[in-house]
Design a protein around this ligand. Sequence first.
Ligand SMILES: Nc1ncnc2c1ncn2[C@@H]1O[C@H](COP(=O)(O)OP(=O)(O)OP(=O)(O)O)[C@@H](O)[C@H]1O
Ligand SMILES: [Mg+2]
Length: 563
Amino acid sequence: MAEILIILQVVLMAVLIYFIVSSNKGMKTKKIIINKENRKEMDKLKKMRSIALTIPLTEKSRPKKLEEVIGQEKGILALKAALCGPNPQHVLIYGPPGIGKTAAARLVLQEAKNNPKSPFKNAAKFVEIDATILRFDERGIADPLIGSVHDPIYQGAGALGVAGIPQPKPGAVTKAHGGMLFIDEIGELHPIELNKLLKVLEDRKVFLDSAYYSSEDPNMPDYIKEIFDNGLPADFRLIGATTRRPDEILPAIRSRCVEIFFRSLMPDEIIEIGNNATAKFGLEIEKKAEKAIGEYCYNGREVVNLIQLSGGIALNAGRNNITFEDVEWVIENGQYTKRIETKISKEPQVGIVNGLAIYGANQGITMQIEVSAKKVLGNKGTLKVCGMVEEESISNSNRRIKLKSTAISSVENVVTVLNNIYDLNCSKYDIHINFPGGTPVDGPSAGIAIATAIYSAIKGIKIDNHIAMTGEIGVLGGVKPIGGVKAKIMGAKKAGANIIIIPKENWSSSLDGIKGIKIYLVESIGEVFNKVFYKNEELRFVENDANIDILSASLRDDIKGTI
Ligand SMILES: Nc1ncnc2c1ncn2[C@@H]1O[C@H](COP(=O)(O)OP(=O)(O)OP(=O)(O)O)[C@@H](O)[C@H]1O
Ligand SMILES: [Mg+2]
């Protein structure tokens, strides 16, 4: 019996030794295979790293200092005030595409570090994330912005995973701790992510959860406990950039940020950006070519692309200077469209008035509203409005309201005012109002301009072509305040107007410094008419002329005092 037991023991020992030796061998061969694979991939990587193309012009031409960002002096001043002092704040930058928002944001941290009073230390990081490509998992498995938890059930959870320990994965908000987090195109951020971000801004840390976390677990490492109990640090300043309008951005994020506006670029600024890019490319450019660039490019990115391509043509032809023909070829083949600059008409006309509108990110533009009026028999006139939004829908998270367009309503207000105050029976006319240009116009701020144009068309009186106007009209003829007044004044100035009529309530001392345009403040439509109409076709500006019969004769006595 004892012998059998000894034999069994020996056999068992032999089997055990065999297993140990073979598993060791297996591990060794596994290690050898891994090492071999590692060497192969490292060689491949090194080979790839040794290959490099030349630095693209788009990268070369990127501004390296804030001073190199052209035309955004005011925006940059505001950006510095918000971020480079001792108490930096969160910022939202609005502006049309390609005008330097990202370029300026990338440079502002360095500028802040130059100020000894700034809380951004030398090691402060600038973390950039693009909301258009940000993907996240609603269950919190993956979230590159906020952070996530790698639960031990997932494959590849590593040694901690095997031990059943959840692992926090820091997101961009934590990586930006102590520095700046730049979210490009923040308007495209998913509402769920935006709400999570608001919470992080509030707490200045991120709280993560996992069903696998237990504070009682004695195996739980201290640092994991610390993170789950006290949150991951996320104290940063946010810079969000967007091409959207402020009213398209969630009020909750807007109210936590300083709002800064970058503007569209003027042709001479486009030329300056083009010249800088040409110099960085080591080329020269003809004067005529420069001018064409100013006429065909709307933003900085377009200029850089155009210079890159026309520079390529020049270099391939063995030249060092970009000619007008090079630029012309790119313009034609790239189907660039010429900049349309609205200009005021050359002379006063009946039924044409310079209204003002806002497009894109707070850009003011002059828009010539045209009205024709034809008398019809009886009271059967029609009212036709073209180029306006007919219906608007306002939606908040769970409600959608359809409204009759506020612009169409403002036309109806105008007709009521003209009927009631000036006894102008608009229903005796076929009236056609046109908002040319194809941009959807809305907002009641065109009220006084529409009233002026209808009055002019019916009475056949010319409107001063040097005047542009903006203001909402009330049914009793009062002029009410509107939004975006400063941008509109700039738009009027750009189009060549030298007088602008705005509601009195819109006056603020910040408008005082605007040079090259006279601002008239009005409280009633009567005051507008007094300013804009030429008397008896003469090119004489009529100002508060009590004898203008058409303006005052039919004004109802009871309203006269208030209007
Ligand atoms: N104001 C400017 N001054 C100098 N260069 C500019 C300016 N605007 C744009 N550029 C050039 O165009 C490139 C693109 O600009 P940037 O990325 O800053 O645009 P953006 O305003 O962020 O546009 P988007 O809204 O499309 O992201 C810059 O790298 C720079 O070369
Ligand atoms: Mg950008």
